[in-house]
Design a protein around this ligand. Structure first.
Ligand code: SF4
Length: 320
């Protein structure tokens, strides 16, 4: 597919650079609470899940699917380090092994593919075989290959990859997020690209998928004064793409939505009141044992830790 934002690599667009990968996120962590697309989505789906993840910072297990997503993102990011003409399927596939070697060193990742020993006997972990890892790496290769059916990377010169975008709105709300890829055409037009390793959602769930993209579009608009010409979601699971062109009125509405979500989060922190919201997402939640919706009891609200992290832990006094 060719769009007006796809560029000839020699066309003199801004060079790749200025990108911030997620491993350096800790270095740039905000000194005060902020809102990201994923945390906003957490709060919208289940306030208690938001608390567990953002305030209590409870550990969660990694899943093979999530780690595969990280691996594929790393490969697609590194692909654009190569000269344009060398961005072939074979080159991309050859990036999987080194990216996996880096990822495997991260906590909780190698444990996903334990190789059983004779001592394990009948207790050998399911899927813990060299063949299991091989099949998993092959599935990552399939996703990487599908990418080439959606875009021609020899014709794209990204402006940013894994780029940190952030802005403080006039009311003090700090918005932060990482854009998978940002393209800037010679005309200055922006395209925001996000890679998904799943399949394209049905129409009813498109709004949910676009939430994250509108978030980035809003931050870019507020920082650069330019409304992205295109928001593009690439679904590597089924080789489909979803594109969208936001307008100013919509981004203004979206900004008000984020402010309302943030006000609700601040209220929940100040009152230590985070309700569980049971849904099909509970099936993937690591915290059922602590969730009242499943008969559990959450730990006491960590008010001191929240205050130390910059949260207001009391409601503001309204003047009479
Ligand atoms: S189990 Fe469900 S309701 Fe409970 S915290 Fe997790 S997502 Fe929320």
């Amino acid at each position: 597919m060719t769009s007006t934002l796809e560029t000839d690599p020699s066309a003199g667009v801004a060079p790749a650079g200025g990108s911030s990968d997620r491993t350096s996120a800790a270095d740039t962590a905000p000194r005060r609470p902020s809102l990201s697309p994923s945390r906003a989505a957490d709060f919208k789906s289940c306030p208690l899940l938001y608390r567990f993840r953002t305030i209590d910072r409870l550990p969660e297990r990694k899943s093979p699917a999530a780690v595969r997503g990280t691996l594929v993102h790393a490969v697609l990011e590194r692909l654009y380090d190569l000269p344009a003409a060398e961005r072939t399927v074979e080159a991309a596939r050859s990036l999987i092994e080194p990216a996996w070697a880096d990822l495997r060193a991260e906590p909780g990742v190698a444990e996903l593919f334990p190789v059983p020993t004779a001592a394990d006997g009948a207790d050998a972990p399911a899927g813990g075989t060299a063949a299991g890892l091989e099949a998993w790496l092959a599935s990552a290769g399939t996703l990487v290959e599908t990418y080439f059916a959606l875009e021609d990377p020899t014709r794209i010169q990204p402006h940013g990859r894994e780029e940190l975008v952030e802005v403080t709105l006039p009311d003090g709300l700090l918005l932060r997020g990482y854009v998978d890829r940002l393209d800037v055409a010679p005309s200055g037009a922006l395209r925001v690209v996000d890679y998904k390793t799943g399949s394209m959602p049905r129409e009813a769930f498109e709004a949910k998928a676009l939430f994250q993209m509108k978030f980035y579009a809003l931050v870019l608009w507020r920082t650069r004064g330019v409304i992205a010409a295109q928001l593009k979601l690439l679904y590597l699971g089924d080789g489909d793409a979803l594109t969208y062109a936001p307008d100013e009125a919509e981004l203004l509405r979206f900004e008000r939505t984020l402010q309302a979500i943030w006000a609700a989060i601040e209220r929940a922190v100040a009152t230590a009141d985070f309700r569980p919201n049971k849904s099909r997402l509970c099936g993937w939640c690591d915290h059922q044992a602590l969730c009242p919706a499943f008969g559990g009891t959450p730990p006491p609200f960590p008010a001191d830790a929240a205050a130390a992290a910059g949260w207001r832990t009391t409601l503001p006094v309204t003047p009479l």
